[in-house]
Every structure is written in C-alpha cells, then in structure tokens.
Design a protein around this ligand. Structure first.
Ligand SMILES: Nc1ncnc2c1ncn2[C@@H]1O[C@H](COP(=O)(O)OP(=O)(O)OP(=O)(O)O)[C@@H](O)[C@H]1O
Length: 281
C-alpha cells in the first residue's frame, strides 16, 4: 500500500531576490512519508524550512524540484488559481488562532464556510456546525459568537473544527499550540490525539518544541538547513537521537524531568569536543 503522503527529493526556492541574485534554496531535497492515521512530527530550529514543507504540501508554495504524492496522485503542481486548501482532503491549522479565523464572521459562518464552498446547502452546512462544536469540546451556543470572544485555546478548537469540517485525511498543523500556555497546550494536543483515534486523520505536525513532538507524534523527522537529518520513532529520536544536530536540539530544549536532565548531562559530555554545544535551560 502507498503511504497517504509521499514527498520525494522536494526542492524549493522562493521567487524573488532581484535580477542578479536569486534567493537561496530553502528545501534541498526533502523526502518523507506519512501513513494514513499517523502523526509525523517535523522539528527543527527556526528557519530550517518546516513551514515551507507544509506550504508546499498545501500548494501555497511551488516546488522547484521533486514530487509530492497524495493518495497515489501527483499533487506537486496545481493548476493556476487553485489552492489545495480548497480541496477536501488536506486541511491546515495555523499557529495563530487570532489571525487565522475571519473576525467578521460568527463561528457558525466560520465552520459552515468550507462546507458551502464544497456545494453543500447552507441549511445542511449550518446543521453540521453543532456536531463539529461538540467534537472539539465547545458548547453549542458558541455558534452565535464571534471568534474574538473566545480564549486562545478555544479559538484553536474552532480552527480545528473548521479543518475537520470537510473530513480531511491529512491536516497540516503548523505550530498549532505554540501560542498557548502549557495547560492549554496539553488539552489541545489531547484533543488532536482523540480526534485522530476517532477519525483516522493523519497529521503533519510542525513544531520546534521537542516535548510537544514527543507527546503527539508516532514518528519524527528532524530538519536542518533545508534537509532532513534524522527520522525515526518519536520515542527514539526525542530520547536517543543519533544525529549530532538532533542531539544539540534536544540539549537546548528546556526540561524539568530529572532523568532527562541526567541523560543530557551525559550526552553533553559525549558531544564535548565534537562541536559547539548549546547550554540547556
Ligand atoms: N515567502 C518567502 N519568501 C522568501 N523567503 C522565505 C519565505 N518564507 C520563508 N522564507 C525563508 O525560507 C527559510 C525557511 O523558512 P520556514 O518558515 O520554512 O522555516 P521554519 O523552520 O518553519 O521556521 P519557523 O519555525 O521560524 O517558522 C527561511 O530562511 C525564511 O526566511
């Protein structure tokens, strides 16, 4: 069986940069796959190209090389004017629920909009709103309120409900909990895990936070300067990484866990002399 999503040797250079100087290549041959119902965590420091991979999958950035295959179909290039976000099967949840939800619409409008765009009658679409709210743990009367009336965590639940409306097979989650406090982060992650259990949706989960990635991912791919440098089961990559860059990423991540702190002391010792090692916080 083919994976749900297969990316092979993806290359991407953003257009622009002027006549003489092209912008540098941001993705330099990224390959990864996601199985149906699986979560792949994509981690790496800021600027490593994680969001760009997500944007290429969503059709928001054009690949300059390589292929993206979804459900066995080549989706690397879309006909002009079409956005993959309009298609049913791949949806997105962005980091910032404050800007990703249309402020002028009530929640009923936000959630029924994608359904109506797919040709579903307004009355049917609006009927589905309360079941979507229920699935993400929001009260039914939320439908009559505006997004600005909700907390950050609740707004992210609305964004998740909107992504779920079209019953996608894959959701690109780009730092979906980074703007939330720790308790709210854990609740939203648990919701995503529960929804995956119930619907079989797969996630491409983009984050710089190794604690988050360990909590939610089945497998992890680590990006560094436009390339995948390590990939493997989440528990292995986030506890016993093989690649020196992943080790450094792990060492730089904050932790309150005494076992993890001891592991890191030993790892830092082992890395000493091989390259510059960031200090743990
Ligand atoms: N629209 C754009 N035009 C030109 N360059 C871009 C554009 N978007 C991103 N870049 C550049 O591409 C590189 C990768 O950016 P990207 O946002 O994919 O990284 P990231 O790993 O997701 O980082 P972050 O965690 O900070 O979002 C960066 O050097 C960035 O400056």
């Amino acid at each position: 069986m083919n994976p749900l999503l297969q990316i092979d040797d993806l290359r991407l250079r953003y257009p622009g940069g002027g006549f003489r100087r092209r912008l540098p290549e941001v993705l330099k041959g990224v390959s990864l796959h996601i199985e149906a119902g699986e979560t792949l965590g994509l981690v790496g420091e800021s600027g490593s190209g994680k969001t760009t991979v997500g944007r290429a999958v969503l059709g928001l950035a054009q690949a300059t090389g390589g292929t993206i295959t979804f459900e066995g179909q080549d989706i690397t290039h879309l006909p002009a004017g079409r956005n993959r976000g309009d298609a049913r099967e791949i949806q997105v949840v962005f980091q910032d629920p404050y800007t990703s939800l249309t402020p002028a619409l009530q929640v009923r409008g936000i959630l029924s909009e994608p359904l109506i765009a797919q040709g579903i009658a307004r009355s049917d679409a609006e009927r589905r709103v309360s079941s979507l709210l229920d699935r993400v743990g929001l009260p039914k009367d939320s439908a009559d309120r505006f997004a600005r009336e909700f907390s950050g965590g609740q707004r992210q639940r609305i964004a998740i409900a909107r992504a779920l409306a079209l019953e996608p097979r894959l959701i690109v989650c780009d730092e979906p909990v980074s703007a939330l406090d720790l308790t709210t982060q854990a609740r939203v992650l648990d919701l995503l895990i529960e929804l995956q259990r119930n619907t079989g949706v797969a996630y491409l989960f983009i984050t710089h936070d190794l604690a988050v990635v360990r909590h939610i991912s089945h497998r992890v791919a680590v990006m560094y300067q436009g390339e995948i440098v390590e990939t493997g089961p989440a528990a292995t990559v986030t506890r016993h990484p093989q690649n020196d860059y992943t080790k450094r990423l792990l060492l730089a991540a904050p932790t309150a866990d005494p076992d993890a702190q001891a592991e890191r002391r030993a790892a830092r010792q082992a890395l000493r002399g091989r390259a510059e090692v960031p200090t743990a916080s």
